[in-house]
Design a protein around this ligand. Structure first.
Ligand SMILES: [Zn+2]
Length: 95
């Protein structure tokens, strides 16, 4: 998603640009540190906001812009992601 965003909005000579590379590194890094791991829901619904505020804002911007386009680029992935978030938050609210 970050790559799509970068290509479309930053049009860097080298993909991804420095800023997006940082976002990407951060996202991957935090993902491995997320305490929920297996039981993890989508990050939008995660109780712990793992991103630093400024990076989180940046990521949210990417999600907002590229999110709807995910249906075009990776329809199955986007649908699974939606279902995953729905299923896990539904389960949580029953408890
Ligand atoms: Zn970029």
């Amino acid at each position: 998603m970050i790559m799509i965003y970068c290509r479309r909005f930053h049009k860097p000579k080298v993909m991804p640009c420095e800023r997006c590379q940082e976002l990407l590194n951060y996202a991957l890094h935090r993902l491995t540190l997320c305490p929920f791991q297996e039981g993890k829901t989508t990050c939008g619904k995660c109780r712990i906001h793992c991103y630093k505020p400024e990076i989180r804002q940046e990521i949210q911007k990417v999600m907002r812009i590229v999110g709807p386009k995910m249906l075009l680029y990776h329809p199955m992935l986007a649908i699974y992601h939606l279902l995953d978030g729905f299923r896990k938050s539904a389960k949580k609210s029953i408890k």
